[in-house]
Design a protein around this ligand. Structure first.
Ligand code: FAD
Length: 317
């Protein structure tokens, strides 16, 4: 079933979560071990992120460094198909602009279609850590909106390969990313919202937000989205803090603000066990309020760990 149909048919807030493919060399079992504790809460759908290749510098015996291009977390499509097959749950692989030409994207979408996967989350992809800014592959898309347009064109039977006669229209339900606290590269929140509207106007069915720790940021964002005419469902994404290092890492990576009360509480924690407990408590409070406000789904960022998400889900769903 499509995510948008789950949302439209739901009588109350849905439970969903995101998984990262394991690091190269791990088994599929590591993914199943993350999912198993969450199955009892009846996830409406499960997302699987996509990771582009990156440049890694490897030392040579003479001490110099050699750049190597590799993908640390391959396997999104295989994992998505395996999860769908094993758990009979709807799966939402992410597809990204980075590292793909438009024709390669077309082939990837054909693979997913053949696997019976009809939900995708379309994102641009992160900037290369070393280059420091996002660079599209030659013949690829620069912005997520262009990738949305390609998918919607395929849904209308229009492929990049113009030599095809009457190609099969695909049937993708498309999610896109939104940023309650603004995307890090956007000059201001108004232009960022306009960019989000362009993705929705291009045919996105719903928005999933970047993680946030202060619900007021989400409610303000939702209101501003409605004011500029974004009418599709907006799904909040949340993540419980689980280690003290998150206090410095998360704001930097995700451009999010951590409320003072949360930071003060975390700083008093003696160890990471206490940090994890407080992270769960904070997320439960967030989720209760979001649910009380009738959000369509609460989407949890697992980052490969599900014991804390299970504790939250037990309270909320
Ligand atoms: P875009 O919508 O393209 O926006 C990127 C920036 O460009 C923004 O600042 C926007 O304001 C600006 N912009 C957009 N259009 C234009 C335009 N036409 N002209 C000028 N400026 C423009 N990353 C991964 O690598 N893999 C994943 O699986 C993944 N999943 C994610 C899931 C969610 C729910 C979220 C919130 C993020 C995810 N990311 C993932 C991270 C995402 O790729 C990054 O945040 C990326 O930097 C932006 O992606 P986007 O789709 O929002 O980009």
């Amino acid at each position: 079933m499509k995510v948008i149909d789950h949302i439209n048919n739901a009588k109350s807030t849905l439970f969903s979560f995101e998984l990262l493919p394991p690091l190269k060399g791990s088994t599929l079992q590591t993914i199943f071990d993350t999912i198993d504790p969450l199955v009892e809460f009846n996830p409406a759908y499960i997302n699987v992120t996509y990771h582009r290749e990156e440049v890694v510098y490897r030392p040579l015996p003479n001490g110099s460094l050699i750049p190597t291009v590799l993908r640390r977390r391959p396997g999104t499509v295989g994992i998505a198909a395996a999860i769908q097959h094993k758990y009979k749950v709807d799966i939402v692989p992410h597809i990204i602009c980075g590292g793909f030409t438009q024709l390669e994207t077309e082939d990837a979408l054909i693979d997913l279609d053949f696997l019976g996967i009809h939900n995708i989350l379309v994102v641009r992809g992160d900037a290369d850590k070393i280059v420091g800014k996002f660079e599209a592959k030659s013949g690829g898309h620069r912005y997520a909106v262009d990738l949305v347009k390609q998918v919607i064109a395929m849904n209308n039977g229009i492929y990049q390969d113009e030599s095809l006669e009457k190609p099969n229209p695909t049937n993708y339900c498309v999610g896109v990313a939104g940023y309650p606290e603004k995307h890090a590269e956007a000059p201001n929140s108004i232009s960022d919202l306009q960019r989000l509207k362009e993705k929705v106007d291009a045919g996105a069915d719903y928005v999933v937000t970047q993680l946030f720790f202060d619900n007021s940021k989400f409610f303000e964002f939702e209101q501003k989205c409605r004011e500029i005419g974004i009418k599709v469902p907006i799904i909040p994404g949340i993540k419980p803090i689980s280690i003290k290092e998150h206090l410095s890492i998360l704001p930097k990576i995700f451009n999010v603000h951590l409320p003072h009360e949360l930071v003060k509480g975390m700083e008093k924690c003696k160890d990471n066990k206490a940090v994890k407990e407080l992270g769960v408590e904070w997320a439960i409070t967030q989720a209760k309020e979001l649910k009380a406000n009738g959000v369509p789904s609460i989407h949890f960022y697992t980052m490969g760990k599900s014991d804390n998400i299970a504790k939250i889900a037990k309270y909320i769903f």
